[in-house]
Design a binder for this molecule. Structure first.
Ligand code: ADP
Ligand code: AMP
Length: 218
C-alpha cells in the first residue's frame, strides 16, 4: 500500500505515522526529515533548502520530487510506504502519481488530519525534537522525563527554528494557499480520502487513523 498523510503543520502527522509504520513495518517517508538530514550533512540540497525552510516556505517542487524519487529507488517494490508531509502541492501530487505509475504502483489511501489553528499553534509552540534520533515531544502534552533530554537516545532536544510564532503563521498561510488544494485533488482521485479529527488524544486519533487505512485497504 502507498498511503499519503495530509494536514497542516502541527496536526500530528509525524506522531501518527511513527505508530502506523511500527504496526505495518512500512517505510516512513517524511520529506521534512529528509530535508533536515540533508541540511545536517551539508549536502547541496540541504544548502538549497535551508532558506525556504527557515522562512516557512515550500522548497521548490523539482528538488522535492527528485528527493522522493531517489528515496523510492531504494525501497523494495512490495513494501508499504507512508508519505508524511509530501505531496504539498498539486504538482508534487501529479509527480508522485507519475513516479508510482512507472514502478507499477499507485496511491492507495489518503488520510487528512484536521484540527483548529489554535490547537496547531499550541502544539508547535510546545514541540521539542531530537535532532539525533528524530523523536518528538511536547512540553504541554508529552514532555520527556528529563527536561531538554531525549528519553530514547539522550540527545539534546531543540525547539525547531521554524516552530517560532512568526514562521508558524507563515507555514499556516502556505498550507492554506498551496497544500489545501490537494484536498480537492484527492477528492477527485481514484484513491479514497478519509478525514480524521486530530484534536483529540493521540491514541484516539490513532484508532480512527488505523481503521481508515484498514477500510481503504480492503
Ligand atoms: P506534524 O508532523 O503534523 O507537523 P507532529 O506529529 O510533529 O505534527 O506533532 C506536533 C506536536 O504536537 C508535537 O509536539 C507532538 O508531540 C504533539 N502532538 C501530536 N499529536 C498530538 C495529540 N493528539 N495531542 C497532543 N499533542 C499532540
Ligand atoms: P515538516 O517537517 O513537514 O514540517 O517540513 C518542514 C519544512 O520543510 C517545510 O516548512 C518546508 O520548508 C520543507 N518541506 C518539507 N516537505 C516539503 C514538501 N513536500 N514540499 C516543499 N517543502 C517541503
Amino acid at each position: 500500500m502507498v498511503i499519503v498523510l495530509l494536514g497542516p503543520p502541527g496536526v500530528g502527522k509525524g506522531t501518527q505515522a511513527v505508530r502506523l509504520v511500527d504496526d505495518l513495518g512500512a517505510e516512513h517517508v517524511s520529506t521534512g526529515d529528509l530535508l533536515r538530514a540533508a541540511r545536517r550533512e551539508g549536502t547541496e540540497l540541504g544548502q538549497l533548502a535551508q532558506g525556504y525552510m527557515d522562512r516557512g516556505e515550500l522548497v521548490p517542487d523539482d528538488l522535492i520530487l527528485n528527493l522522493v524519487k531517489d528515496h523510492l529507488a531504494g525501497v523494495d517494490a512490495d513494501r508499504d510506504v507512508l508519505f508524511d508531509g509530501f505531496p504539498r502541492t498539486t504538482d508534487q501530487a501529479a509527480g508522485l502519481d507519475g513516479a508510482l505509475e512507472s514502478i507499477g504502483r499507485r496511491v492507495d489511501a489518503v488520510v487528512l488530519f484536521e484540527a483548529p489553528d489554535e490547537t496547531l499553534i499550541q502544539r508547535l509552540s510546545g514541540r521539542r525534537s531530537c535532532p539525533d534520533c528524530g523523536a518528538v515531544y511536547n512540553t504541554f502534552f508529552s514532555p520527556p522525563a528529563s527536561e531538554g533530554v531525549c528519553d530514547r537516545c539522550g540527545g539534546s532536544l531543540v525547539h525547531r527554528k521554524d516552530d517560532t510564532p512568526e514562521t508558524v503563521a507563515r507555514r499556516l498561510e502556505v498550507y492554506l494557499d498551496q497544500t489545501a488544494p490537494l484536498i480537492d485533488f484527492y477528492d477527485e482521485h481514484e484513491a479514497p480520502l478519509s478525514r480524521v479529527r486530530a484534536d483529540r488524544p493521540v491514541e484516539d486519533v490513532f484508532t480512527d487513523f488505523r481503521s481508515a487505512v484498514e477500510t481503504q485497504a480492503s
